[in-house]
Structures are given as structure tokens and as C-alpha cells.
Design a protein around this ligand. Structure first.
Ligand code: NAD
Length: 350
């Protein structure tokens, strides 16, 4: 089976590409290599004869038609996106163009290609759209996001992802494009770009720099280890019922401050210093429109497709801290290019 994975040089996309190759799929990785991409994430996989990299921008409508019609994939897994919430507040336009128009360009090209297919190729084809739980907005102290929770996006990032989810739905309803959509909670793990919460905490702690935490650190997120997400995506891509949406989550709700303190304790153990790393925690002005709580009800994918997370947040955080400690070659050049220099930072995935 040949997969076209968009955004395969990013954090989650590269985990999908690695796992797909491990499982014997053919993979075409389509990525424009923005600041968030890193082909080093695929070191050791890029010489696999079943792997091909195509540098292409989903904002280019004609190019999407060319790539899809010439590579003839059995399925498209669409992860390419602008993904960092703070950047979407500073400059929303790139988010709208890539996440909305880019998704439109892919849907358009996928639809044209799908219409040329017949027999098993047509029956098996699917467009899998990868999205976020942030489209549902913010929860109070109680309740969980289910697949029927109304969309209430609050940031330019989540609004752009919500728009792309609606386009995917419309292409299914109107044009009968076979689609599956998944909405996932916060991911963490190896190869996460050092502007996101968990790498910032680990690397600032390691370098004795302040660890900024938004507001009082009381915002709650549900954390999922990236390899678990990649596995869930491959399951949903193969077994998901067409037209359906599946929420993916880790059943791991944590207040940001508790997560940060846990990482500091792991750093005390794995990279001890004379002072506890938690002394570096500094509270900074909250992000505007900062959603209070996200929590996913992932029972549908568990019940219907048999997927559940394998890695507990305790194990996953330990593995992640150890990975950053062992892989300075990967993050040092990104830090030196200023990847972690933005203010705030210690918040959600985006
Ligand atoms: P990322 O920022 O690490 O990677 C995004 C990738 O997309 C990069 O390789 C980038 O080069 C590529 N890309 C961006 N714009 C492009 C364009 N115009 N054309 C082609 N390629 C382009 O993001 P991530 O954290 O790996 O997230 C991947 C997907 O999963 C996104 O769609 C995101 O919304 C979704 N998601 C992320 C999380 C999370 O916690 N990170 C959770 C749920 C869903």
C-alpha cells in the first residue's frame, strides 16, 4: 500500500513515516520544509527503497494535482500545517493560507484523482485528515470532548484547523470523497521542535534558563506520546469508517504546572544540578484567548477500531527527557537558530 503523507518532515508526520516504513508501507513524504521541518527526523529511514521525499508546497494547487496524479497513492494522510498557536496570534495569515487553502488544494487534487480510479483502487482509496482537539474550544472543570461536541475554536490556529475539518466534511458529503478525520490531544515525545512546551522546559532546565509558564499554570491539557498517536493514525487510516471522525487522546490530563514540575523532577534525577530545576519556573503573562482545559473522550476509537494508548505519561516523559539529553546533535542547531526564543512558550501544543 502506498501512502502519501503530507508534513512528513514535521514532529508527528515523521513519526507516522517511520512507523509506516517499519510496517512495510510505501511512503511518499510531501513537505515544503518550513522552519518546523527537519529531515533529520527520518535519519536511517531515508535510504529505504520504499521511501520517497517530494519537496512541495500544499499552497500550490497545480503542484498538488501533479504530485497526486503522478504518484498515485492508495491513501493520503494529511498532516502538513502551520501548528504553533503563539505564531498564529502574531501572524494568522500563514495559518489561514496553509491550513485552509492548502487543505482545499489537496482535497481538490484528491477528488480529481479519485475520479480516475476504478475497482479495488477506488474502493480502497481514502483521504485521512489529521486535526486537533483545539477545534472544540475550551472545557470547564467537568466533561470531555466527544466526536459530537460542537466546534468552538478560539485561536487563529484552531479556527484554521476547524475550517479545514469542515472542508473535509463538505468534500465527503458533496463530492463523495472517501474521508476519515481524526482529532487528537497534545502530543509530546522525541523530535518535537524546541518551541513547544515540553522541549522548552527540558532544554531551559538543562541550560539553567528560566522556565516560563503562562498565567498560573492552571490550564489543563491531555497528553499523548507521539508514537501512540502515529499508531492510532495508521489504524484510523486503514480501518476507520468513511465519513467518520475519531478523537484520539491519552487519558492523561495534567495541569501545565504539574507537568512542568514533573519534568523538573525528572531533570533533577537524570541531569542533577546543585539547585532543584523547579527553582527556574517563572510565571509570565497569560496567552490571549488561552483555553482553560482540553480533555478527550477517546472511547470511540478504542471501541470501534481497537486502539488505545500504550505509553503512560510517566514513562513517556521519562523517555522524552532522556531522548533530549541523549540527542543534543538534533536540538542544538535549532536552539542556536533561536527556536526557543519566543516569549510565553510554556503552554499547550501549539
Ligand atoms: P509540525 O509543525 O511539527 O510539522 C508540520 C509539517 O508540515 C512541517 O514538516 C512543515 O514543513 C510542513 N508544512 C507546513 N506548511 C506546509 C506547506 N505549505 N506545504 C507543505 N508542507 C508544509 O506539526 P506537528 O506537531 O507534527 O502536527 C502535524 C499535524 O497534526 C498538524 O496538522 C497539526 O494540526 C496536527 N496536530 C498536532 C498536534 C500536536 O500536539 N502537535 C495535536 C493534534 C493534531
Amino acid at each position: 500500500m502506498k501512502l502519501l503523507v503530507t508534513g512528513g518532515a514535521g514532529f508527528i508526520g515523521s513519526a507516522v513515516v517511520r512507523q509506516a516504513l517499519d510496517k512495510g508501507f510505501e511512503v511518499i513524504n510531501l513537505d515544503s520544509l518550513t522552519y518546523a521541518a527537519n529531515l533529520e527526523n527520518l535519519k536511517g529511514y531515508d535510504d529505504n527503497p520504499k521511501y520517497e521525499f517530494v519537496k512541495a508546497d500544499i499552497r500550490d494547487k497545480e503542484l498538488m494535482r501533479e504530485v497526486i496524479s503522478s504518484t498515485r497513492p492508495d491513501a493520503i494522510m494529511h498532516l502538513a500545517a502551520e501548528s504553533h498557536v503563539d505564531r498564529s496570534i502574531d501572524g494568522p495569515e500563514d495559518f489561514l493560507v496553509t491550513n485552509i487553502m492548502g487543505t482545499f488544494n489537496l482535497l481538490n487534487a484528491a477528488r480529481e484523482y479519485y475520479e480516475t480510479l476504478d475497482g479495488d483502487a477506488r474502493d480502497g482509496f481514502r483521504f485521512h485528515h489529521i486535526s486537533t482537539d483545539e477545534v472544540y474550544g475550551s472545557l470547564g472543570a467537568e466533561g470531555l470532548f466527544t466526536e459530537t461536541t460542537p466546534y468552538q475554536p478560539n485561536s487563529p490556529y484552531s479556527a484554521s484547523k476547524a475550517s479545514s475539518d469542515f472542508l473535509v466534511r463538505a468534500w465527503s458529503e458533496t463530492f463523495k470523497l472517501p474521508v476519515v478525520t481524526t482529532n487528537c490531544s497534545n502530543n509530546y515525545g522525541p523530535f518535537q521542535f524546541p518551541e513547544k512546551l515540553i522541549p522548552v522546559v527540558i532544554l531551559n532546565a538543562l541550560e539553567g534558563r528560566q522556565i516560563p509558564v503562562y498565567g498560573k499554570g492552571e490550564n489543563i491539557r491531555d497528553w499523548l506520546y507521539v508514537e501512540d498517536h502515529a499508531e492510532a493514525l495508521l489504524v484510523a487510516m486503514q480501518k476507520g469508517v468513511l465519513g467518520e471522525t475519531y478523537n484520539i487522546g491519552g487519558n492523561n490530563e495534567r495541569r501545565n504546572i504539574d507537568l512542568v514540575t514533573t519534568i523538573c523532577s525528572l531533570m533533577d534525577e537524570l541531569a542533577p544540578k546543585s539547585h532543584p530545576h523547579a527553582d527556574l519556573i517563572t510565571y509570565v503573562t497569560d496567552r490571549p484567548g488561552h483555553d482553560m482545559r482540553y480533555a478527550i473522550d477517546a472511547s470511540k476509537i478504542e471501541r470501534e477500531l481497537g486502539w488505545g494508548p500504550n505509553v503512560t505519561v510517566e514513562e513517556g516523559l521519562r523517555q522524552t527527557v532522556q531522548w533530549y539529553l541523549d540527542n543534543e546533535w538534533w536540538w542544538r542547531p535549532l536552539r542556536e537558530r533561536g527556536a526557543s526564543d519566543r516569549v510565553g512558550l510554556a503552554s499547550a501544543k501549539g
